[in-house]
Ligand binder design. Structure first.
Ligand SMILES: [Fe+2]
Ligand SMILES: [Fe+2]
Length: 172
């Protein structure tokens, strides 16, 4: 059993994860249009990841016998054109998501809700990885410069990313 406040916060997190999926789908389309199929692939897979995050929260709320309440998903507000701008946007967004996950942990600690706190640990670790991934790609893009061979190479590398679903053991 989880509290009303926790149920509301977890439902809001489902919306945030779905918004993340939407944001990355938008970035994927932009990258595709700008002739960067590898960047487009990276963001498409990021979209899939975010959908699984939303599903993990959804399943957790149901497992606790609480109510799912889905809200409208906002239109992604992005104006990025270059790959660097896209990954800077990603880092900025993931930092907001990290703060949101930390806030969920704060509520769980405050309420002595150990089950939710333990389930959230997977997401705490995932956010470290998300920020680290975005930072690493930003560093590479800065090294490569705005155009030419460097960007071509990075695009080819990002084309190799494949979707790895979270394992049952690690899922919340
Ligand atoms: Fe996420
Ligand atoms: Fe991830």
């Amino acid at each position: 059993m989880i509290s009303k406040e926790m149920t509301k916060a977890l439902n809001e997190q489902i919306n945030k994860e779905l918004y993340s999926a939407y944001l990355y789908l938008d970035l994927s389309a932009r990258a595709e249009r700008s002739g960067m199929p590898g960047v487009a692939n990276w963001f498409f897979i990021q979209n899939q990841e975010e959908l699984t995050h939303a599903q993990m929260f959804y399943k957790y709320v149901l497992r606790q016998g609480a109510t799912i309440e889905l809200a409208a998903i906002a239109k992604p507000a992005v104006k990025c054109k270059t790959a660097l701008e896209m990954f800077e946007k990603t880092l900025e967004h993931e930092r907001v998501v990290t703060a949101s996950i930390n806030n969920l942990v704060d509520i769980a600690v405050k309420e002595k809700d150990h089950a939710t706190e333990v389930s959230l640990q997977w997401f705490v670790n995932e956010q470290v990885e998300e920020e680290q991934n975005a930072c690493a790609i930003i560093d590479q893009l800065k090294l490569a410069g705005p155009n030419g061979g460097g960007l071509f190479m990075i695009d080819r590398e990002l084309a190799a990313r494949v979707f790895v679903p979270p394992t049952a053991a690690s899922a919340a």
